[in-house]
Design a protein around this ligand. Structure first.
Ligand SMILES: *[C@@H]1O[C@H](CO)[C@@H](O)[C@H](O)[C@H]1NC(C)=O
Ligand SMILES: *[C@@H]1O[C@H](CO)[C@@H](O)[C@H](O)[C@H]1NC(C)=O
Ligand SMILES: *[C@@H]1O[C@H](CO)[C@@H](O)[C@H](O)[C@H]1NC(C)=O
Ligand SMILES: *[C@@H]1O[C@H](CO)[C@@H](O)[C@H](O)[C@H]1NC(C)=O
Ligand SMILES: *[C@@H]1O[C@H](CO)[C@@H](O)[C@H](O)[C@H]1NC(C)=O
Ligand SMILES: *[C@@H]1O[C@H](CO)[C@@H](O)[C@H](O)[C@H]1NC(C)=O
Ligand SMILES: *[C@@H]1O[C@H](CO)[C@@H](O)[C@H](O)[C@H]1NC(C)=O
Ligand SMILES: *[C@@H]1O[C@H](CO)[C@@H](O)[C@H](O)[C@H]1NC(C)=O
Ligand SMILES: *[C@@H]1O[C@H](CO)[C@@H](O)[C@H](O)[C@H]1NC(C)=O
Ligand SMILES: *[C@@H]1O[C@H](CO)[C@@H](O)[C@H](O)[C@H]1NC(C)=O
Length: 506
């Protein structure tokens, strides 16, 4: 059944999620970002028909990259929804944004750059009317629309390069109506979709976080931002180490190439069992979301270039400047959101009479913990046959990267520059940048965004470059929920409906 509320969402290599919009008669493919508010488009060379214009400038600065231009108004169409005159930044300068995005559609709250700059120029009352985000404009104009949008981020695999992607406004996807019964996680801090995280578990054991940076947060809990614009979730370093340090053969690595910075895993590791608990409900992370295969990574071996595959950790040590980012403790980006169907609700927020509603998020798990290890093993085996060979992490980190990757300099993969970098298709807030290294960021990002698609093309070209396939499988941690499952999981797929979250079973 065709759902009229469905807007459509595309998955670019598991690192960027895209939506098509029409602005002033021109089509743009923009990143869908629950971590920011404003709309900007790269208007260079485009003829966007404006409904109004200003000379007020705005610079949208993200965790990585920025865009700046003047604030203008145009008719915006997103799916079937139309806002007659939407404020946006008509970017005339764009720096360090991933290739393939022509703008960003923010889905957070009306307190970002456009609002601030209009407030400064015209006062609060005018800014509240004229500085609204797309989604709040939509809800303000049509009071009978339910105040929510739902997201399901697809997972790219060799068999299915996009996975199931859902972006719905004012409704729930067929089969996910029960999201309305999930615990309501209230928004705790007004500038983002920030919710209280009860706990993180690794192999069934609770990880103990330090006290939250935000005062008033109960001991043991922390605040998590749900951010579709952040591909690789940054957590406190100790939490990242708790996840990956038990993986046999894993190495914590520092590299000037953002994508290779962090934990490097052997590409035949056992599934890791990680979950996050919100509102008393446990949400397992699909083991496929805990790593990202990056390939081809050209290294120099005995004087000549050779391509290898590197399996990097998706959860990364927090590298955001705590002075600018002090309203949350961690960000759960795409590598968490892929494991849930999430409904973001503005509550009874009503911009026309300025009522501050109580926004909340509801989530249901999309991970079938019985078939997940199976899907994980299938993917690793496809990776072995379709991607260049991988090296033991301890061997890889001693290799020199090819100048074709590092841009002519002789970077060893084991750089002495420690801990300063993390890379991402980040869009955290309109606040300050976090000191990401500009020089390497884009290379790393292009590498990340391209790698799964490249893998699919390699499927045709390369037969088998399997160097690891004959090795014995590593034992998983005995406390992992995946431990008891034998190597080939398919025959045990006889799920007990009482025992865990199951989707897709009907
Ligand atoms: C966006 O438009 C392009 C070009 O028409 C199309 O290929 C793509 O599938 C569309 N993406 C979505 C999410 O609808
Ligand atoms: C355009 O903006 C000006 C203020 O800059 C306002 O006076 C005018 O009414 C607006 N026009 C439309 C059509 O919205
Ligand atoms: C936006 O501001 C930041 C921080 O001041 C600056 O580094 C960046 O170059 C600006 N971006 C654009 C596109 O002007
Ligand atoms: C408001 O939304 C309702 C429900 O989707 C729809 O039937 C109605 O046509 C909308 N009204 C306007 C003015 O867009
Ligand atoms: C996508 O959704 C369909 C229908 O619900 C389901 O059968 C399929 O397994 C899902 N695919 C993935 C990759 O989750
Ligand atoms: C707690 O904070 C200390 C000091 O900053 C740090 O060394 C330690 O790793 C942190 N522990 C956790 C669990 O984050
Ligand atoms: C590289 O050269 C050394 C010494 O010549 C040799 O022992 C080693 O096997 C070579 N390695 C590869 C991967 O060819
Ligand atoms: C490595 O892969 C790249 C991209 O597919 C290709 O252009 C290059 O020729 C490969 N290098 C080697 C040594 O196979
Ligand atoms: C704001 O408007 C909504 C919708 O018309 C109404 O339900 C609500 O009671 C109003 N709140 C206040 C404080 O006026
Ligand atoms: C890189 O190192 C190799 C030997 O390790 C050397 O021959 C080459 O000149 C160096 N290239 C640059 C650009 O420094």
């Amino acid at each position: 059944m065709m759902n009229l509320d469905e807007v459509g969402l595309a998955n670019s290599g598991n690192v960027i999620y895209l939506v098509n919009v029409t602005l002033g008669g021109e089509d743009f493919t923009v990143q869908l970002d629950t971590g920011s508010t404003d709309l900007w488009v790269d208007a260079r060379g485009r003829n966007v028909k404006l409904t109004n214009s200003t000379t007020i400038t705005a610079n949208e600065t993200y965790g990585q990259g920025s865009a700046s231009g003047t604030i203008n108004y145009a008719e915006l169409t997103v799916g079937d929804y139309v806002v007659a005159s939407q404020a946006f930044v008509k970017a005339s300068e764009v720096e360090n944004m991933p290739a393939g995005i022509q703008g960003i559609l923010g889905m957070a709250f009306d307190n970002a750059r456009i609002f601030e700059n209009l407030e400064q120029a015209w006062g609060t009352e005018a800014a509240e009317k004229l500085g609204r985000a797309f989604i709040t404009n939509l809800f303000a104009r049509n009071q009978s629309l339910p105040n929510n949008f739902d997201l399901q981020l697809g997972r790219s695999t060799f068999d299915d390069p996009t996975g199931n992607n859902t972006f719905i406004i004012s409704g729930h996807a067929a089969g996910f109506e029960d999201v309305a019964q999930a615990p309501k996680l209230t928004r705790e801090v007004s500038d983002h979709w920030t919710v209280l995280l009860d706990e993180m578990r690794v192999d069934g054991k609770q990880f103990l976080f330090n006290k939250s940076v935000v005062s008033g947060v109960p001991e043991g809990n922390v605040l998590a931002v749900l951010d579709s614009g952040f591909s690789l979730p940054p957590l406190p370093a100790a939490a990242v180490n708790a996840i990956y340090s038990t993986v046999p053969g894993a190495v914590l690595h520092s590299s000037p190439i953002g994508a290779l910075n962090g934990w490097i895993l052997p590409c035949d590791f056992p599934p890791i069992d990680v979950s996050f608990t919100f509102g008393g409900k446990e949400y397992p992370v699909h083991p496929l979301d805990l790593f990202l295969p990056v390939f081809p990574v050209p290294i120099i071996e005995n004087g000549s270039e050779k391509n290898v595959t590197v399996c990097v950790a998706t959860y990364q040590a927090l590298a955001l400047d705590p002075a600018s980012f002090n309203t949350f403790d961690l960000i759960l980006g795409d590598a968490f959101l892929r494991s849930v169907y999430a409904s973001f609700d503005y509550g009874d927020y009503n911009p026309t009479n300025n009522t501050n509603g109580q926004p909340f998020v509801q989530m249901v798990s999309t991970v079938d913990v019985y078939s997940a290890p199976n899907e994980f093993e299938d993917f690793l085996s496809e990776l072995r046959s379709n991607a260049p060979p991988s090296l033991e992490p301890s061997v890889f980190v001693t290799k020199q990267l090819s100048p074709s990757l590092t841009g002519g300099t002789n970077a060893s993969t084991d750089s002495s520059v420690r801990g300063s970098l993390a890379t991402d298709a980040v869009a955290t807030s309109s606040g300050s940048s976090n000191g990401l290294d500009k020089k390497w960021g884009t290379i790393a990002l292009a590498l990340l965004a391209a790698n799964l698609l490249v893998g699919i093309i390699l499927l045709i070209v390369v037969l088998t470059m399997c160097v690891r396939g004959m090795k014995g499988r590593r034992m998983s941690n005995p406390d992992s929920r995946y431990h008891a499952v034998p190597v080939k999981f398919k025959e045990v797929a006889d799920p007990d409906p009482e025992a865990g979250p199951l989707r897709y079973s009907d």
